[in-house]
Design a protein around this ligand. Structure first.
Ligand code: NAD
Ligand code: UGA
Length: 464
């Protein structure tokens, strides 16, 4: 069996590396039009940071795992083609800001049809609007020159930072197929691949539309939990309740469960907002306006939570941060990844820069180039006017030196273990710490230390 994957990104690279690891007899080629990305996958500096990923790649690369820019050759040589290209939110035209931009997907479909020299199974790995397979089938059929294409939906549920763990031991694998003999046969081939390491009871098969829709709904439900607990964090701050205690209490109910109840400065990442926006757009398309409105609230609360965090900082610091040095600890959208897409840090920094603050930023994995690029894109201010107000530091202690305030925006483990007494000594007085991830140890926590503010936490100054 020969497999290829078009799109060597956060999903394509790790997913194919895991298949290559578990199926040494299957030849897996990952292709991309981005030459730098492919060069990265062929080097010791992989373009995606994930704990455990480089070990898996090192074991398989050159054996049965290959990275290449020759898309046509890989399509021709493969029996099964995964498409894992980006499906961002459209920024133009009809549905701008909500609908998925499917142009990369359609380019791939047209390429597959144009160069295929035999029958292929095409697997939707990207997250797509429900009924994309229908359009895909039309494109392949019209251009396929007699080749037969079976389409499967096999959405990916991995989370960044735990990709290898999630791929090795997934909660489930979902495969949607056409309800035809050839559709079922294609699905069986994909099931056989996963069954090499995933127990059969965790491999779910369904009709193709259910599979496409389940992926959007899974992300919407996860994001909804975060927005739900974040909405309650505001009520906790107003009433003196502690959001972590509330989360622990409700999470003990087995019908609710303890996961995804961590209040934060807001959710980020490339997918939650994009996939909910897509879900909303679909609902509107089908005339389900109340359903669309219901899911819109998840995004509204998230946007509110991010701006609420900055507003609280400014208000606490005597209603002005102009000219003040503020240390930003963490820029990635979550720990253990170098991904900054839709990171709440971008929005908090943007709002602080608009308040004329000076920022000293430190993140263990995000490069200075990426930070400056993201802020340039977010602020819409002419480069020189704010880039001079940013420094990117090599460690947390350098960032906090002479700062008026510290904002913890990513829950990196190393931030839990910092010496906060030392930090308070080198900060200007009165110093403020805003913990946007509630990671501070009890000794350094808002409950005990004046000037420390958590999300949904009663604080020492308020109680005295
Ligand atoms: P990504 O941006 O990291 O990677 C996509 C890659 O596709 C890029 O390297 C790009 O150059 C390549 N590409 C685009 N058009 C191409 C073409 N015509 N030919 C060849 N290569 C092309 O994106 P990602 O994060 O890997 O996400 C891919 C899909 O998976 C999206 O639909 C996303 O919603 C979904 N998804 C992502 C995650 C995640 O954690 N990032 C998890 C589950 C699902
Ligand atoms: C999410 C889903 O968890 C994956 O199942 C899905 O495959 C993926 O989106 C996708 O489709 O791209 P990811 O965005 O990588 O994965 O990371 P999450 O762990 O879900 O975190 C998303 C955001 O929510 C982060 O900013 C995180 O800090 C925040 N979060 C998460 C909270 O604020 N509180 C929580 O309790 C959990």
């Amino acid at each position: 069996m020969k497999i290829c994957c078009i799109g060597a990104g956060h999903v394509g690279g790790p997913t194919m590396a895991m298949i290559a690891l578990k199926c040494p007899d299957v030849r897996v080629t990952v292709v991309d039009i981005n030459k730098e990305r492919i060069a990265g996958w062929n080097s010791n500096q992989l373009p995606v940071y994930e704990p455990g990923l480089s070990e898996v790649v090192k074991q398989c690369r050159g054996r049965n795992l290959f990275f290449s820019t020759d898309v046509d050759e890989a399509i021709q040589a493969s029996d099964m083609i995964f498409v894992s290209v980006n499906t961002p939110t459209k920024t133009y035209g009809i549905g701008a800001g909500r609908a998925a931009d499917l142009r990369y997907w359609e380019q791939c479909a047209r390429r597959i049809a144009a160069v295929s020299n035999g029958n292929k199974i095409v697997v939707e790995k990207s997250t797509l609007p429900v009924r994309t397979a229908e359009s895909l089938r039309a494109v392949l059929k019209a251009n396929g020159r007699g080749c037969r294409f079976e389409i499967l939906s096999n959405p990916e549920f991995l989370a960044e930072g735990t990709a290898i763990q999630d791929l090795e031991n997934p909660d489930r694998v979902l495969i949607g197929n056409d309800d035809t003999n050839s559709g079922r046969a294609a699905s069986k081939k994909l099931v056989e691949i996963y069954a090499r390491w995933v127990p059969h009871e965790k491999i779910l098969t369904s009709n193709i539309w259910s599979s496409e829709l389940s992926k959007l709904v899974a992300n919407a439900f996860l994001a909804q939990r975060v927005s739900s607990i974040n909405s309650i964090s505001a009520l906790c701050e107003a009433t003196g309740a502690d959001v972590d205690e509330v989360a622990a209490a409700i999470g003990r109910d087995s019908r609710v469960g303890p996961k995804f109840l961590k209040a934060s400065v807001g959710f980020g990442g490339s997918c939650f907002q994009k996939d909910i926006s897509n879900l909303i757009y679909l609902c509107e398309h089908y005339g389900l306006h109340e359903v669309a409105e219901y899911w819109s609230q998840v995004i509204k609360i998230n946007d509110w939570q991010k701006s609420r965090f900055t507003r609280r900082m400014v208000e606490t610091m005597f209603n002005t941060v102009a000219g003040k040095r503020i240390a930003i600890l963490g820029f990635a959208f979550k720990k253990d990844t170098n991904d900054t897409r839709e990171s709440p840090a971008i929005y908090v920094c943007r709002d602080l820069l608009n308040e004329q603050a000076q920022l000293s930023i430190y993140d263990p994995r995000v490069t200075e180039v990426a930070i400056r690029h993201d802020l340039e894109a977010a602020t819409a201010l002419p480069g020189a006017s704010f880039q001079k107000r940013i420094t990117v530091e090599k460690d947390a202690y350098a960032a906090v030196e002479s700062a008026h305030a510290v904002a913890i925006l990513t829950e990196w483990d190393e931030f839990r273990n910092l010496d906060y007494n030392r930090i308070r000594q080198v900060m200007l007085k009165p110093g403020f710490i805003f913990d946007g991830r509630n990671i501070l140890s009890p000794e350094a926590s808002p409950m005990l230390c004046p000037g420390v503010y958590g999300i949904g936490k009663p604080n020492a100054s308020a109680r005295t």
